[in-house]
Structure formats: C-alpha cells, structure tokens
Design a protein around this ligand. Structure first.
Ligand code: TYD
Length: 137
C-alpha cells in the first residue's frame, strides 16, 4: 500500500523473556525526533482522523492490540497491530484512524519531526482534494 509498510524488528528471546531493540535510521527509515504513546484508551474510542504533509511515523503496539484504518488516494486497508516486534510505517499523505484498542493496550509512536499542527490535515475532503498523488495509480 502506498507510503506504508510493516517493519519487523529483531527479537532477542531467552528463557526470561523477549527484548526488541530499535535503532533510528537503520531499523526505521528516519531519524527519530519525537516519541509519544497512546494508552488508557476508553472502550469504543476511535483516534487519529488525520494525515500528515511531511511527517513519517512508525506505530508499535507495545501491549495489546490496536486496529489501524489506512486510506490513501487509491485504497483503504485495516491492519491489526498486535506484535511488539512489528511496527507499522506510515508516511506522508496517508489518512489514519485507530480503533479497537484492547483493554490495557499501549501504542508507541516514533516520529520524524517535532509536533507541528501545521503539518496535519484533519479534514478528510481536504486530504483527498490536496493529495499530491491524486489521480495516480
Ligand atoms: P492528536 O494528534 O489529535 O491525537 P490522535 O491522533 O491520537 O487522535 O493529539 C491529541 C492532543 O495531543 C492534541 O491536543 C495535540 C497533542 N499532542 C502534542 O502536544 N504533541 C504530540 O506529539 C502529539 C502527537 C499530540
């Protein structure tokens, strides 16, 4: 799917548990400038509802399960994230909605830049109308 993809991280397992390391610019395709995490999400809540003009992000479900609806200028897909050693890369111009947060789930987000409200497109029609890939297959 355009500007998206699953990234599988290393997983070191031993008898006592698992460890997953993530290094910027090698395990993920950008330098990390910001992290944030979403947690204590109330039942049936849906979050997101935006795209970004320039930002690159990787979403990692540290605990539990979260479903992400991705919409590009040509397609739509729902992806279940439930493995802490897999991340969902989302680049610019991809609409995302997050829902079905399981109780106790924690979603970690790695971002390529600092928070900037001017980088958000929060109106779905604007997302479609201003999408630079509009009309391309
Ligand atoms: P928002 O992007 O709307 O969250 P979601 O996409 O999960 O629905 O952000 C919620 C609030 O948090 C909003 O007031 C902006 C603020 N915020 C920051 O201050 N810094 C950040 O890095 C992020 C992601 C959000």
């Amino acid at each position: 799917m355009y500007n998206t993809g699953i990234i599988r991280f290393k997983q070191y397992k031993d008898g006592s548990g698992n460890l997953t390391p993530i290094e910027a610019e090698s395990d993920i395709p950008f330098a990390i400038k910001r992290i944030y995490y979403i947690y204590d999400v109330v039942p049936d809540a849906t979050r997101g509802y935006h795209s970004h003009k320039k930002l690159h992000q990787v979403l990692i479900p540290l605990n539990g399960s979260i479903t992400v609806r991705l919409i590009t200028h040509i397609e739509e897909k729902n992806i279940v994230l439930n493995s802490p050693h897999e991340g969902l890369y989302i680049g610019p111009h991809v609409w995302r909605e997050m829902y079905d947060f399981s109780p106790g789930s924690v979603l970690l987000v790695l971002a390529s830049d600092f928070y900037d409200e001017a980088d958000y497109i929060r109106d779905f029609n604007s997302f479609l109308e201003t999408n630079p890939f509009r009309g391309q297959v």
